[in-house]
Write a protein that binds this ligand. Structure first.
Ligand SMILES: CC(C)(COP(=O)(O)OP(=O)(O)OC[C@H]1O[C@@H](n2cnc3c(N)ncnc32)[C@H](O)[C@@H]1OP(=O)(O)O)[C@@H](O)C(=O)NCCC(=O)NCCS
Length: 141
């Protein structure tokens, strides 16, 4: 599943709504037996400290738990992992347009069983024919 945008009204941010939306997405992915969720995440707190560090250093600090990002930290707390930085992800002053690709892997994912081909079915070994197998056709002919 690809996730583009999650948005909770500012008045209600930090009160558990976003967490429930993230949980609903994970439940849907489990129910549909999908491999996981890949999404883009703004690093909303980066703009405020951009003069002190690169975006990469900022994300490393957020992943290590040394900094709290109002967006990325919440997604990491729900099991997402950072895959890579995305420059020019979107027009957003808070993140100076930076985003990161984040991934959540479904631990319950079951790969589909391979489809049986006609050769697979015809090559099934039914064992040796019983000793009198020929007598039925002999009697019937
Ligand atoms: C990102 C956003 C959707 C999160 O929604 P929210 O309602 O603020 O999130 P919640 O309060 O439910 O927090 C989500 C989880 O983060 C964690 N969390 C929340 N506050 C935290 C804090 N201060 N420190 C550490 N973890 C925290 C919790 O695990 C929480 O889940 P839980 O309540 O089920 O345990 C919301 O802040 C938002 O709309 N931001 C602006 C839009 C945006 O930038 N969207 C992302 C675009 S990619």
């Amino acid at each position: 599943m690809y996730g583009v945008e999650t948005f909770v009204h500012p008045e209600f941010q930090g009160s558990g709504v976003g967490g429930r939306l993230m949980q609903a997405r994970a439940d849907l992915v489990r129910r549909l037996n999908l491999r996981g969720i890949i999404a883009g995440s703004l690093i909303a707190g980066y703009g405020a400290v951009a003069e002190q560090m690169t975006a990469e250093q900022y994300v490393q600090a957020v992943v290590a738990g040394a900094r709290f990002d109002p967006n990325l930290s919440k997604q990491l707390s729900k099991g997402f992992k950072v895959r890579n930085l995305i420059p020019q992800y979107t027009d957003d002053l808070r993140s100076l347009n930076w985003g990161v690709a984040i991934l959540w892997e479904n631990p319950d994912y079951q790969p589909p069983q391979p489809v049986k081909t006609a050769d697979d079915i015809l090559s099934v070994d039914f064992g040796a024919a019983p000793p009198d197998a020929g007598s039925v056709s002999a009697a019937g002919s």
